[in-house]
Design a protein around this ligand. Structure first.
Ligand code: N01
Length: 867
């Protein structure tokens, strides 16, 4: 391929890689009048599709989706022949685009980048190539692909073999004729699953060396369905837009149903439909908990394994082919055509390396511990140093002299998977920390290219010429990524997503798993908030807009999204009965919390001698136990003894105390001070009846959430005034402590975060006249003397309107000499902590509550609460 590039060495932008990412980036740079060149090792465009020419190579996203969306004409000019186009057809498509847009004149082929160094003085990248050339550019874009650096063979003796050696990732351009040959294939990932049936068709003998069996669903390749074409043709622009705002970059709704919510029959029917559909997107789209719940995943694993058993004649081989050590989709599942059926052929043998690992490759074949195999050819389908390999493979030296390799020694550090601190003006297309390999790459490539282009244009307009993320923005993005991945089963697998396939590679989950739509929203927000998390410099000065783009914990974000989806009217507009009913119904849809030893309902005597219902939770261990009197949340208006059931179970089990949840009287029927007085009455009654309840007299604590935290705090104060009963500790979770004043958190967190300010106002209005709110029985923060109160754990949540009330109470208690631990829960909202098994990132806070109770009771606890 000839280079028409004019041989210049000074550019605005140097792009590495002429795959789909580099080609589009070049196009956009030209349009935006930046001088740009692409450097490419190969002698033509195509990237992945240039190199991976093994038999059977196809994409695993329908080609109608896996294509550029930026050229409307192209969409009409190019018609894909099959659902999943072959590598040659996709390569022809890339070449067609290169021709059509005359891209090659700005691409230097046969040119490998050896090193790139940031020159701070010049504010330019200096790039050295394999031919001894040097270029320099203001901006440097790595469009090097996620699966482009073949894994170096880690099989002993791999250099010894004297026969033919092939790598699926760098297949000979003229093809390979395996006729009459004995062939060994190492690996059973996507490349192997695609190539094995075709190699088997040709060769005389085939032995497949399998270390990990893989999930695969039938590709059902063929003509693209009329339905799909119609969906696209109806409104191509809308179709593409839907893809951009979808979970994986292919139009499809997120599933709403759990695999565990449906009958066995319904589950099978849906799995059959998925099996028939033949699309990877269908795997993640059947149920909403396949990637997060081991039991749900297991239902799909059993279904797929039964299908494998049905395809393979020899039951022993079938068992070897059934994945049993990882969850479905925790390693990239495959699409197959006749893969499993190939093992029914008499000349195809499966060797299970888990039972008999490869000892060495020899001059003539492969020796395992138990046998020797002779081959004419060995095929390595052993995969890639994914996502980071191609980036750290080049000596990229940043502003502090550190290489990217060293900076990422413990795993990639990126902001948005796009840039990395210490490497100004270096952009990565679909880098680690972006949806990349978990999405339709075309959609993610286009998004990054557009974002990079818009950013460069914006910098130029504002007279900036240097951009770099801030440490804070980057570290919190990395944390956000890890927290999102930790909500799923993905980190449990030895996958290339985790870097686990490359010996010595740090194991972190590499792509962003929140979805294309959430990722795009975050990027758009970064730009809209004036490049939040970036430092910009240039002749016009500097702008450092430090900050964090995603502060909410990811499961909290998911919870709030689910609530927003319901599009409910504000609770305060539902009326008291409606709001109460709603609270009960929404509680019923939450996970139940852990089992305890015993649950018992009873009544106790309230402040006005009325009977108050309570629910008692007894630990499974032998009693007697200390007692925690618990006051539920609900703004003194809503809720009852069982509405905080999961949290009560949790506290009972983990603090090893009896928890008695009290249905104190509610407003507006019983306004202030009914709830406050009932709090003290309940504590007194429980203390007096401790023994008959199975408790230990004198070992009693109070706990409460929200308005219940208020009741608990007031009960502790009242008991101190009254000289009893003795309370050994108080756990106050997001307590309401002051109804007289507005604080910053009331405004900052007024809306869209679960508890709203307007709902809180409604609660106060129902509960207590304005004139009474300065009474410490309503606003315990306003008590004149807080000394002598029992030790306290006060938990406050960053995104709670009540945060500053709780903070102030913790400070006031400390100021009065009370032993206090104040746990400020970052990224959490008012409803996070009671959401047992839903908001798992708040687990540590629940643990802290249980630990504090144990310590109040003088029980040994596994960890110190700090009290
Ligand atoms: O690579 P892989 P791949 N001894 O890493 C085994 C995309 N892709 O090229 O799982 C013995 O998946 C390894 O075993 P284990 C797609 O995203 C897409 O197949 O590590 N075995 C595994 O079985 C895909 O996921 C398409 O235990 C060794 C295999 O080699 C990604 O590229 C097509 C070994 C490697 O599988 C990578 O796929 C092809 C050793 N020392 C690829 N080392 C489509 O679009 C490794 N293995 C359809």
């Amino acid at each position: 391929m000839t280079n028409n590039n004019n041989g210049s060495s000074e550019f605005d932008v140097v792009i590495v890689g002429a795959g789909f990412a580099g080609m589009y980036q070049l196009k956009r740079m030209r349009e935006a009048s930046f001088s740009a060149v692409v450097l490419e090792t190969a002698d033509d465009v195509g990237g992945t599709w240039y190199w991976n020419r093994y038999p059977g190579a196809r994409c695993d996203i329908l080609t109608v989706d896996y294509s550029y969306s930026w050229d409307r004409e192209l969409e009409k000019e190019w018609v894909w022949s099959e659902r999943y186009a072959t590598q040659p057809e996709i390569l022809r498509y890339a070449q067609f685009v290169a021709d059509k847009h005359d891209l090659r004149r700005d691409i230097r082929f046969n040119t490998r980048v050896n090193a790139a160094r940031w020159d701070e003085e010049q504010r330019r990248w200096v790039i050295t190539t394999n031919d001894g050339g040097q270029l320099n550019a203001r901006y440097y874009v790595m469009a090097t692909g996620c699966l482009s650096m073949p894994k170096v063979p880690d099989v002993a003796g791999s250099e010894r073999f004297t026969g033919e050696v092939y790598f699926t990732s760098t297949w000979p351009h003229d093809g390979v004729d395996f006729s009459g040959k004995r062939v060994g294939v190492i690996g059973t990932g996507s490349s192997a699953v695609q190539s094995i049936p075709l190699i088997a068709e040709q060769c005389e003998q085939l032995t497949v060396f399998q270390r990990t069996p893989n999930f695969a669903i039938p590709a059902r390749n063929g003509a693209i369905s009329e339905e799909r074409i119609a969906a696209y043709k109806k409104d191509p622009v809308a179709y593409r837009e839907e893809a951009r705002w979808s979970e994986i970059g292919v139009p499809r709704e997120r599933p709403q149903l759990s695999a565990l919510q449906v009958s066995e029959e319904e589950r099978s029917a849906r799995y059959e439909a998925m099996w028939e559909e033949g699309e990877l997107r269908a795997v993640g789209a059947v149920y909403n908990d396949i990637l997060t719940n081991a039991d749900a995943n297991d239902t799909m694993r059993r279904f797929i394994n039964d299908k494998i058993r049905a395809k393979v004649d020899d039951p022993a081989i079938a068992e070897l082919l059934c994945p049993d050590n990882h969850y479905v989709a925790s390693k990239r599942p495959c699409l197959d055509t006749n893969y499993f059926e190939t093992y029914n052929l008499p000349h195809v043998k499966l060797l299970d390396l888990r039972d008999d690992p490869i000892a060495t490759i020899t001059e003539t074949g492969i020796d395992t511990g138990k046998a020797s195999f002779e081959f004419d050819a060995i095929v390595f389908a052993t995969g890639f140093d994914a996502m980071t390999g191609a980036l750290v493979g080049v000596d990229i030296i940043g502003s502090d002299g550190l290489t990217l390799r060293d900076a990422w020694d413990h795993g990639p550090q990126t902001y948005l998977g796009l840039m990395s601190v210490g490497f100004p003006n270096l952009f990565m297309i679909t880098g680690p920390g972006s949806p990349s390999v978990l999405s339709n790459m075309m959609v993610s490539i286009e998004q990054h290219v557009d974002l990079i282009t818009d950013t460069l244009v914006s910098l130029r307009e504002k007279d900036f010429d240097r951009i770099e993320p801030t440490e804070l923005a980057q570290s919190r993005w990395v944390e956000h990524n890890n927290e999102f991945a930790d909500l799923t089963l993905m980190p449990s697998a030895n996958s290339w997503y985790m870097g686990a396939n490359v010996p010595g590679k740090p194991q972190v989950f590499l792509p962003y798993i929140g979805g294309v739509d959430r990722y795009r929203t975050a990027c758009d927000e970064v730009v809209a908030r004036n490049y939040l998390g970036f430092a910009l410099n240039g002749p016009s000065g500097q702008q450092v807009n430090d900050g964090i783009i995603r502060e909410l914990k990811p499961d909290v974000q998911l919870l709030l999204e689910a609530i927003a989806e319901l599009d409910l009217p504000p609770m305060e507009t539902m009326g008291v009965d409606g709001a109460r009913q709603f609270m009960i119904e929404s509680g019923a849809s939450m996970p139940p919390g852990p089992d305890v030893g015993e649950i018992m309902d009873g009544t106790l005597s309230g402040a006005d001698r009325s009977a108050l219902e309570y629910r008692l939770y007894r630990p499974p261990s032998g009693g007697p136990h200390p007692i925690t009197v618990y006051f539920h949340g609900g703004g003194w208006v809503l809720g009852n003894a069982i509405t905080d059931d999961p949290l009560c179970r949790y506290l009972c089990l983990h603090s090893d105390s009896i928890v008695i949840s009290v249905n104190y009287r509610h407003a507006p029927e019983a306004r202030f001070p009914a709830a406050a007085d009932d709090g003290l009455a309940a504590v007194t009654w429980v203390s007096e009846h401790a023994q008959e309840l199975g408790g230990v007299p004198g070992r009693l604590a109070v706990a409460g959430w929200s308005a219940g935290g208020n009741v608990a705090a007031v009960a502790a104060q009242q008991a101190r005034f009254a000289g009893g009963p003795e309370i050994c500790g108080q756990v106050l979770l997001c307590p309401a402590t002051d109804g007289t004043d507005r604080r910053p958190s009331h405004h900052e967190n007024a809306e869209n975060l679960g508890l709203t300010l307007s709902l809180m106002d409604w609660f106060w209005d129902n509960y207590c006249d304005e004139g009474n709110r300065s009474d410490p029985k309503a606003s315990p923060l306003l008590a004149r003397d807080l000394s002598g109160l029992p030790p306290a754990l006060v938990l406050t949540c960053q995104f709670d309107p009540l945060r500053d009330e709780g903070d102030a109470y913790a400070d006031a208690l400390k100021g009065a000499g009370v032993k206090v631990r104040h746990l400020e829960c970052e990224g959490q909202i008012h409803t996070s902590i009671p959401a047992v098994d839903v908001v798992v990132t708040a687990e540590y806070a629940r643990e802290a509550m249980a630990t504090a109770l144990r310590e109040f009771f003088g029980e040994p606890s596994p960890v110190s609460s700090g009290l």
